[in-house]
Design a protein around this ligand. Structure first.
Ligand SMILES: NC(=O)c1ccc[n+]([C@@H]2O[C@H](COP(=O)([O-])OP(=O)(O)OC[C@H]3O[C@@H](n4cnc5c(N)ncnc54)[C@H](OP(=O)(O)O)[C@@H]3O)[C@@H](O)[C@H]2O)c1
Length: 274
């Protein structure tokens, strides 16, 4: 039975993104408040274990049982495998439906109906926007997959099992969110060492994590493709904003703790602002 919030104008997918927005804003604020008080409570430790990954987890004092939930950070590539395959299937089905008049399979329609994607705001030319956005997501997935396989050199960093499952679900949900708009130095270079260094050059001179900022811009550019007024997509953008702000803040703090001469004027995430 589909979960309708009739009369409220709210659809499940928007509600999900809205909850994620609030959860990541809350995590950002809680981390800030906790780090000021240097809290060591065990519940706070679990929270920090859930939000940190890779290098920002290295210095964290963790009870031994938390290590049971560690999976290698190099498994990030699985997210992009899922993204490439799933968003590729959705794009293929969308193109077949648009160009050849094929029906969207019933199982996808019932998922969209379950998530109330069919209640999403429709904009003129929404089909074209959905094709463009799905194409961009797919290309983004391919680019990230190639980056994980052939560019990134992962150290022994880990991610939490919950983060791993969340990442897999994220790429399934993001594809459906877009689909809902359709009405029914590379690795070939020399590795100097495996340590984390102070990055510099280009946008790195302005912020610690320009790649997170670029990620945000990608999602904002898709909002432009949707005509700027799609509320559900803005909820996705806000989620990426808080999620990447939290990751950037942790990374920024990691650099400040690790490197005494870290540039003081460099912001964490958004040039000149944050
Ligand atoms: N949309 C979303 O919700 C979402 C969520 C998470 C990530 N992402 C995107 O995924 C991409 C990768 O994210 P990430 O968090 O994995 O990035 P990251 O921590 O910066 O890692 C990327 C690569 O660079 C290496 N690295 C990081 N800092 C380094 C330093 N100071 N010196 C030398 N090597 C360093 C990492 O090695 P180690 O692994 O050994 O540190 C890894 O190989 C980003 O573009 C991000 O925006 C998106």
């Amino acid at each position: 039975m589909p979960l309708h919030l009739a009369g409220t104008g709210v659809n499940v997918i928007s509600l999900l993104w809205g909850l994620l927005d609030v959860a990541f804003l809350f995590a950002l604020l809680l981390h800030q408040a906790g780090s000021r008080r240097s809290s060591r409570a065990s519940l706070f430790c679990v929270f920090e274990d859930l939000i940190r990954y890779g290098k920002t987890k290295l210095g964290l004092q963790r009870p031994a049982w938390l290590h049971c939930f560690d999976v290698p950070k190099r498994w990030f590539s699985h997210f992009y495998f899922v993204s490439v395959i799933w968003n590729g299937i959705l794009l293929w089905l969308l193109l077949q439906s648009l160009l050849l008049g094929f029906e969207i399979p019933a199982w996808i329609r019932s998922w969209l109906h379950f998530l109330n994607c069919d209640m999403q705001q429709q904009v003129p030319g929404g089909e074209l926007s959905a094709v463009m956005a799905l194409t961009l997501l797919w290309v983004h997935g391919v680019r990230r997959l190639m980056e994980c396989l052939f560019v990134s050199v992962f150290s022994t960093g880990v991610i939490h099992l919950v983060q791993y499952c969340f990442g897999l679900g994220y790429y399934l949900l993001i594809g459906l969110t877009v689909f809902g708009h359709y009405q029914l130095d590379s690795r070939t270079g020399k590795i100097v060492n495996m340590n984390h260094a102070v990055p510099s050059g280009d946008w790195f001179d302005r912020v610690s994590c320009p790649h997170y900022f670029a990620e945000l811009l990608i999602y904002v550019s898709i909002a432009i493709i949707f005509g700027l007024w799609n509320m559900t997509w803005w909820l996705v953008v806000i989620y990426v904003l808080f999620n990447q702000a939290l990751a950037a803040l942790l990374c920024h703090q990691f650099y400040h703790e690790k490197f005494d001469s870290y540039p003081v004027n460099r912001k964490a995430f958004i040039p000149f602002l944050f």
